[in-house]
Design a protein around this ligand. Structure first.
Ligand SMILES: Cc1cc2nc3c(=O)[nH]c(=O)nc-3n(C[C@H](O)[C@H](O)[C@H](O)COP(=O)(O)OP(=O)(O)OC[C@H]3O[C@@H](n4cnc5c(N)ncnc54)[C@H](O)[C@@H]3O)c2cc1C
Length: 532
């Protein structure tokens, strides 16, 4: 055990990945978990569908592997896919031991068993779920367990600014020794020391104007790792969900694919359907095709949104099948039994991230990355639905094994220097931060969104360069705030996405370029790996 002011393991992020790891380590180590806002402000909390795992007698691990590899369009790491699919069942069992109450069904002989849903890309019923709010059930159960464990110290409203590495403290061998963290309640920056640091900070979808993700998803872990010298991979593969509610007061609300599955039609503002122009499967075409079709119509016609209409179905059917969505839309005076719902595609999932090995170790000794922040090789060029929560669980377990094996050999972290605020003052120009936030997310949406071209990427990169300079200057002169820290990270994430997209001279999976509309006929397609 290390001295009081420091921890064995500092976990940055309290989503499914971070809390799972904390619980797996806590009997043996002193843990700190920091989270930027409240404990449950995470994508995990909002996950609806579920977690993929082979439980059905007709299903097999081989089939789960095959489906995942197909979705990943040639870029999945076969060993990582096998590892993940193989560990899925034990991950679900572990969650149930933590109190997660998954939806069950009764078999013919009166036994209870897990109810399994089927989702796009999966060739079997394989989705373990808790009604239509799986993430909430998982987040609440893990949160409860973590709060009760005496070795887990939870710090809400703690925003990790940067990693601290031993080379900066004059040591020859470089490793991570902690992080600077802004306590936003007290407005002070703390130096938190640890033998091991884990990035469990989630994805980066907030880099786009429209996103299904909560506000935390600003890619902080990816930016922190990049600044600390770690490789980042495959950032061009951002997944867009086709239908997010478009309303000035509705933030980040996903309208599930099931609405289209049950007959919902996509319409232009004048009531015309348009999916027939893009795919024979119409509204039931795969996610990326529907998202591209909507984006194409929005750009061609200069419209702000399209509409999803299921009002031709009986009102009772709609209320029964979509109780949560129906209720949510009513808050905005939209009754989906009578009205069409305004929708836009929205950034949903970050397939790329911090490069890790099969035990979640990054390039920097002592630093791990798990969950959506990491690039493990599982998703390749496109994530299959419900594989992401699974990835959080499997790699939290992989990381815990390696950490417990090595922890005793890692020296206590040194005393860390205090954060230096002697050269900065309070900002009198917060408008610079809010303006740059808006500008960044808007040009990323317009130029680096669902459909890309070389010219658009070039334009976006030019703007990134300007913003980077302005933000660096602002960061150097003023006291840090959460908004500024996130903006500083978002501009790096934007740059990484653009650089990856510029390197890929083909369309593959989630990356689509009008200049290179075909996939390269390469038997050995390559991941895009960026080195700082
Ligand atoms: C609407 C929605 C529906 C989804 N549905 C599904 C589904 O059905 N099945 C599925 O498998 N996946 C689904 N996903 C994706 C899945 O939820 C995420 O990939 C997964 O939850 C990511 O977990 P995580 O622990 O990596 O990150 P998160 O759950 O996002 O947690 C990130 C944590 O990091 C913290 N953090 C971030 N930056 C900092 C910082 N600088 N300092 C301190 N803390 C920080 C945050 O506060 C948060 O606690 C869905 C996602 C969304 C948004």
């Amino acid at each position: 055990m290390v001295k009081n002011s420091a921890y064995d393991v500092l976990i940055i992020g309290s989503g499914g990945a971070g809390l799972s790891l904390a619980l797996k380590l806590a009997d043996h180590a002193k843990i700190a978990v920091v989270s930027k806002f409240a404990l449950n402000d995470s994508s995990t909390y909002y996950a609806q569908g579920g977690i993929s795992a082979v439980f059905d007698a007709q299903d097999s691990i081989e089939s789960h592997i095959e489906d995942t590899m197909n979705a990943g369009a040639g870029l999945c790491d076969p060993e990582i896919v096998r590892l993940t699919a193989t560990k899925a069942k034990e991950s679900i069992n572990w969650l149930m031991q933590q109190g997660v109450d998954f939806t069950q069904q009764q078999t013919d002989d009166g036994q209870q068993q897990l109810h399994l849903n089927r989702e796009g890309g999966h060739s079997h019923r394989r989705i373990v779920h808790a009604a239509d709010a799986t993430g909430k059930e998982v987040a609440i159960s893990l949160g409860l367990q973590a709060k009760q464990h005496p070795n887990i110290n939870l710090f809400k409203a703690h925003n990790a600014i940067d990693l601290i590495t031993s080379d900066k403290l004059g040591e020859v061998e470089n490793r991570v020794v902690g992080a600077y963290v802004l306590d936003t309640d007290q407005q002070i920056v703390k130096s938190m020391a640890a033998r091991i640091v884990v990035l469990a900070t989630g994805g980066a979808s907030k880099v786009y104007l429209y996103t299904s993700n909560p506000d935390v998803a600003t890619g902080d872990g990816i930016a922190l790792a990049w600044r600390a010298g770690c490789r980042i991979a495959n950032m061009e593969f951002m997944q867009f969900h086709p239908t997010c509610l478009y309303h000035p007061d509705a933030r980040s609300y996903l309208i599930s694919e099931a609405v289209r599955g049950e007959g919902g039609k996509l319409l232009l503002p004048n009531g015309q359907p348009f999916m027939q122009l893009y795919d024979q499967r119409l509204e039931l075409a795969p996610r990326d095709i529907v998202a591209r079709a909507i984006d194409d119509q929005m750009k061609k016609l200069g419209i702000d949104c399209v509409y999803l209409d299921i009002s031709h179905k009986p009102a009772e059917f709609i209320r029964q099948h979509f109780p949560t969505i129906h209720e949510h839309c009513l808050k905005f005076n939209l009754d989906m039994t009578k009205h069409r719902i305004p929708v836009v595609p929205a950034a949903h999932y970050t397939c790329g991230g911090v490069v890790t090995d099969s035990h979640a170790q990054t390039d920097l000794p002592g630093l791990y990355a798990i969950g959506e922040a990491a690039y493990t090789g599982l998703h390749g060029a496109n994530r299959m639905a419900s594989n992401s929560l699974l990835e959080c669980l499997v790699f939290a377990d992989q990381a815990s094994r390696k950490i417990l094996q090595t922890l005793n050999d890692i020296p206590e972290p040194p005393d860390l220097p205090n954060w230096d605020e002697s050269q900065v003052s309070d900002s009198d120009e917060e408008v610079v931060v809010s303006h740059n936030w808006d500008e960044l997310r808007r040009f990323m949406w317009d130029y680096v969104g669902i459909v890309r071209t070389d010219k658009r990427l070039e334009r976006a990169m030019h703007r990134v360069e300007l913003l980077k300079q302005e933000i660096a200057e602002y960061y150097g002169n003023f006291r840090v705030t959460s908004d500024l820290l996130e903006l500083r990270n978002l501009v790096i994430v934007a740059e990484l996405i653009i650089r990856c997209a510029q390197q890929r001279k083909e369309s593959r999976g989630l990356h689509y370029s009008l200049d290179y509309p075909e996939s390269e006929q390469n038997l050995n397609p390559q991941n895009t790996i960026l080195k700082p």
